[in-house]
Design a protein around this ligand. Structure first.
Ligand code: SAH
Length: 222
């Protein structure tokens, strides 16, 4: 890939494919203009291996190594919309940095993102990508997402990009009043996207789409 191509996002073809992706997300009912605009301008091809760059603007998950995947753009948009549906957020905790793509989208929509990943190699690459895109409002942690990031709690929004067998108690504890948690729960083929809101008393729980994510595993890994 030469520098000119890199700068413009693999040429004009890609510009058209990007527009097509945005149109498709819109047609599928995603309507938050801010979210769609951020997806339009974020170069997803920089978050996958060069060999897969030509597929970066398809609405599909793609492998990123270590048996993990970069989330499907539809899911990234959907979860971002759910998180932001009640208004702007200043502090968001993300569990499962992966490629850093969802992180990069959030970083352009909220004030600060705190992101936790258990695989160090993925985290390092994600960091490099965000620096390259001059996204500086992100703090990274290598650790176990089941525990959240208690030292910096509470958060106005928490997003989990891997499927948990149950809702981690630590994440509920770290939600600010009015805070919103978006999390896929379940195992194997049976997973449901949940939106959990911390109300004045207790939590409200909304069961949304059937989804398919890689599992939320236990413990950090070198
Ligand atoms: N949002 C990412 C999705 C990556 S897939 C992207 O778009 O690229 C889910 C990620 O969750 C993987 O990187 C995986 O390593 C991470 N993960 C799984 N279990 C975890 C845990 N307990 N703590 C932190 N990260 C975890």
């Amino acid at each position: 890939m030469n520098r000119e191509h890199d700068r413009h996002g693999i040429g004009m073809t890609s510009q058209r494919t990007r527009e097509r992706l945005i149109q498709r997300l819109y047609d599928e009912g995603l309507s938050n203009a801010g979210v769609l605009e951020v997806i339009r301008r974020t170069p997803r091809h920089l978050f996958v291996d060069e060999a897969l760059a030509h597929r970066a603007y398809e609405d599909t998950a793609l492998p990123i190594g270590h048996n993990q995947t970069i989330s499907q753009p539809y899911m990234v948009a959907r979860m971002s919309e759910l998180l932001l549906a009640a208004g702007p957020l200043d502090k968001v905790l993300e569990i499962g940095t992966g490629s850093g793509y969802q992180t990069a989208i959030l970083a352009q929509l909220v004030e600060r993102v705190f992101t936790v990943e258990r695989i160090q190699g993925l985290q390092e690459r994600a960091k490099e990508r965000l620096v390259k895109l001059s996204l500086r409002n992100v703090v990274f942690r290598w650790g176990d997402g089941w525990e959240g990031w208690p030292a910096l709690a509470p958060y106005n929004g928490i997003i989990v990009t891997a499927a948990a067998s149950e809702v981690p108690q630590a994440l509920l504890d770290q939600l600010a009043p009015g805070g919103r948690l978006v999390i896929p729960v379940g195992s194997g083929d049976v997973q449901q996207l949940l939106l959990i809101i911390r109300e004045e008393q207790g939590f409200s729980r909304h069961v949304l789409d059937a989804v398919r994510f890689v599992p939320l595993l236990n413990g950090p890994l070198a």
